[in-house]
Design a protein around this ligand. Structure first.
Ligand SMILES: [Zn+2]
Length: 296
């Protein structure tokens, strides 16, 4: 078995061609591990931007990659080719959370000749580590940062510069050794050559703005009284503002009034929802309720 864990550092820069900001990859770092999780080789490449002449101050502070260092870097294509060569024999390639994969998709347009990062099989290491943390009693369900995970497993970060691609990858390598569980690992590995893997990454999710959209599940727009459990009656039209639908409801038994909010997003897997229900205090009239500003 051979594993490769890589990490990317990117800077948010203005891309003139598309008149918008993009997360441009400026560093690739990676480690190679054998079947016993020993680090056998490392890789690092700093990239000279083809679209901007400087890095942002925030990026330089975070990563240590100053404008001067960036300008001494290599072209993006050379860095990707070198990384692909480094990782060509990897059975499984990993990153900490899949956000690096989405950044790769965003950067593909900057690469000539349809070049991209090669992977055979992929695993999101964050998921594997979080599974182990939960097993050990960690209860927070939010995504954990690499620092929090390292601290949880007693990895000292004194010798590492976090947010440099190679050091982050090295810390990931240590976590892999600690958290490896064959069953969990196999259940999380994805075939990166499967067209669905790519379709998922390229899918652009969007919020649904039309209450009559056929994709919406009407039951997500029904609410029960938190006090007595009765089905609430809606007494105003659904309005859409700032990514949320909102309307007012009344409990037929308690007579309490509520504002209900629903957020609906179309993703690769289908529509996902968020629902909020907040009680309207008695002193407010319905008119005042209608003018309550939306908060997300
Ligand atoms: Zn009620």
């Amino acid at each position: 078995m051979e594993y490769v864990i890589f990490d990317l550092e990117w800077d948010n820069v203005f891309y003139k061609k598309e008149k918008r900001f993009i997360n441009q990859i400026l560093q690739i770092g990676a480690v190679k591990l054998d079947g016993d999780f020993n680090i056998t080789e490392s890789f690092t490449a700093t990239i000279r931007s083809a679209i901007s002449k400087r890095v942002t101050g925030r990026f330089a502070t975070l990563t240590g990659i100053t404008t001067e260092k960036m300008l001494k870097g290599i072209p993006f294509e050379d860095a990707v080719r070198a990384f692909n060569k480094f990782s060509s024999n990897a059975d499984v390639t990993m990153t900490w959370s899949d956000s690096d994969l989405y950044t790769i998709v965003e950067n593909e347009k900057l690469l000539k000749d349809g070049l991209s990062f090669n992977m055979n099989r992929y695993l999101d290491l964050q998921k594997l580590v979080q599974a182990k943390m939960r097993e050990k009693g960690y209860e927070n369900q939010n995504q954990v940062s690499l620092e929090v995970a390292a601290e949880f497993f007693g990895i000292s970060l004194d010798d590492f510069s976090m947010h440099t691609a190679l050091d982050d990858s090295t810390v990931c390598g240590k976590l892999l050794g600690i958290c490896y569980n064959e069953n969990v690992f196999n259940s999380l590995v994805k075939d990166a050559k499967d067209p669905e893997f790519s379709r998922r990454l390229h899918f652009k999710s969007y919020s649904i703005t039309d209450i009559n959209d056929k994709a919406l599940d009407k039951t997500k727009f029904c609410f029960k009284c938190p006090k007595c459990g009765a089905k609430l009656n809606r007494f105003s039209k659904w309005k859409y503002s700032n990514r949320w639908f909102s309307s007012t409801f009344r409990c037929p038994k308690c007579n309490d009034k509520y504002i209900a909010r629903v957020f609906a997003k179309m993703t690769f897997e289908g529509v996902t929802y968020k629902q909020r229900l907040s009680k309207i205090e008695k002193k407010e009239t319905e008119n005042e309720v209608q003018s309550v500003p939306e908060t997300v």
